[in-house]
Design a protein. Structure first.
Ligand SMILES: [Zn+2]
Length: 472
């Protein structure tokens, strides 16, 4: 097409061609543009094609209220919940309305995982390091579908090359959850995001990027100026928030868990870049010192924080900082770690989890739920089971609220660049229709979310039904 254009517009400058290419690259495919419509191939599911769905006789867990509603009917039109009413809802017989008989079952918001790695969750670390990136993306696409089928209709991705994956899901090319991408996580040299091979260090200033940087997993930056550049690169690619490594981590080989990473001016540089784009920075940090430095630099969310102390938990509450917590424990869901140093670090973190949830509750910190599953397909199948574990420290309703309404609020923190404007994580009129029809009452027995194959009879995202195993 370009050559044709070039022929018919004489004198077209190189600059114009470049601008045209940039324009073409940024253009999203409108439905119907895709040349994929072949005989036997199902057309792409989109909200506009979804028509309307009427859930009849359901009891709602709305994401906030700790009890179920009485029996109601819920009308979904396009991608939103249009009406909720205990009286019968009349629908225009000329429209294409699909009726679903709930028979008193529970309708709840789709689950949200606030700490996910769509590119890395299910694939072993060694495979990630040595395989063809295109192959790895296909594995990630497969896992994205599995994620949605576990009832997770939204994930906040905290590191990895997922912009293409997100676009393909949004366009209906493949099936998966909504993704709030961070792009590459930003790390200092020797920080939690420094997974470089020994031969890639020392870095020559201005020299070639390391393997994990080329892949878009990590961005190594030292100094406020470098952090600013790398943060802006992620925003340019479509990041909805910026993820920074602010302290020691478990799986990374070159930093003690006690280490504080970056300096306040370096973190602040990322905060400025993010805030100018209407969004925020979230920081990986376990210790009080790392958390306090990040808060002083202006971040809006802390990831993990298992080694927190009481005054720092109170600080998070006082400043309204989000705490994205994971129920890391020394149990069957512990990550596979070959390195004994990492194993020891993991035990330190596990020992702090109980205290962290206790303090989050005591000081009423805004708490998000996430799993942070890495490198293990078996563990990804435990995503719902990991959520169910949170009920050790609170009621099932409180745990489910974290993974729905509360996480939905955290997603909205991405401001005017929010890729999915609209209410997420709640069942209410006007909210986005991400819904689960559940067999069993999760407020009484939260374990139902651990068995999505059986428990989630209908899975809807944006008004589109991706699963329906209700007996017909
Ligand atoms: Zn993570």
């Amino acid at each position: 097409m370009l050559t044709r254009l070039l022929k018919c517009v004489p004198g077209m400058t190189l600059m114009f061609v470049a601008a045209l290419i940039v324009g073409l690259c940024q253009k999203s495919l409108a439905q119907g543009d895709l040349d994929l419509e072949a005989p036997g191939l199902e057309s792409l599911p989109t909200p506009s094609k979804a028509g309307a769905t009427l859930f009849q006789n359901v009891r709602i867990f709305d994401g906030k209220t700790p009890t179920l509603s009485k029996s109601v009917n819920v009308l979904v039109t396009g991608e939103t919940i249009e009406r909720i009413s205990s009286a019968p809802i009349a629908v225009d017989p000329s429209t294409n309305v699909r009726a679903i008989a709930g028979n008193g079952r529970v309708l709840m918001p789709g689950l949200i995982d606030a700490h996910w790695h769509a590119f890395m969750a299910a694939t072993p670390q060694m495979t990630l390091m040595i395989s063809d990136p295109n192959y790895l993306q296909l594995l990630a696409a497969r896992q994205a579908q599995a994620t949605l089928m576990r009832g997770f209709t939204t994930v906040r991705d905290l590191g990895g090359p997922v912009f293409g994956l997100k676009r393909a899901i949004d366009e209906g090319v493949i099936v998966g959850p909504r993704i709030y991408p961070s792009g590459a996580f930003i790390s200092q040299t020797s920080g939690h995001g420094d997974f470089r091979f020994p031969f890639e260090v020392p870095r020559q200033l201005g020299g070639p990027l390391s393997h994990s940087e080329i892949e878009g997993i990590a961005a190594i930056a030292d100094s406020p100026d470098e952090v600013r550049v790398r943060a802006r690169e992620q925003l340019r690619a479509g990041a909805s928030q910026i993820k920074l490594m602010g302290g020691g981590g478990v799986a990374s080989p070159y930093n003690p868990i006690e280490s504080t990473q970056y300096t306040e001016p370096e973190i602040h540089a990322a905060v400025e870049a993010a805030e100018n784009w209407g969004t925020y920075v979230t920081v990986h940090a376990y210790t009080p010192r790392a958390i306090r430095q990040a808060v002083a630099a202006g971040v809006k969310c802390i990831e993990h924080g298992q080694l927190i102390d009481e005054p720092t938990a109170k600080l998070l509450a006082d400043k309204g900082i989000w705490w994205s917590l994971q129920p890391f424990l020394d149990d069957q869901d512990a990550p596979p770690l070959a390195n004994p140093v990492s194993q020891k670090k993991a035990m330190t973190v596990f020992a702090g989890t109980d205290n962290a949830y206790r303090l989050a509750k005591k000081y009423k910190v805004k708490t998000a739920f996430g799993t942070d599953i890495l490198f293990d397909a078996r563990l990804t199948n435990r995503q719902g089971a990991i959520l169910a574990k949170v009920a050790r420290w609170c009621s099932p309703a409180e745990a489910l609220k974290m993974a729905t309404a509360d996480n939905g609020q955290l997603m909205a923190l991405s401001g005017f660049i929010n890729p999915y404007p609209g209410k997420l994580g709640v069942v209410e009129e006007g909210a986005l229709a991400d819904l689960l029809l559940v067999d069993g009452n999760p407020l009484e027995r939260i374990d139902v979310v651990a068995d999505p194959d059986k428990s989630f009879l209908v899975i809807m995202k944006g008004g589109v039904i991706y699963k329906d195993i209700l007996p017909k």
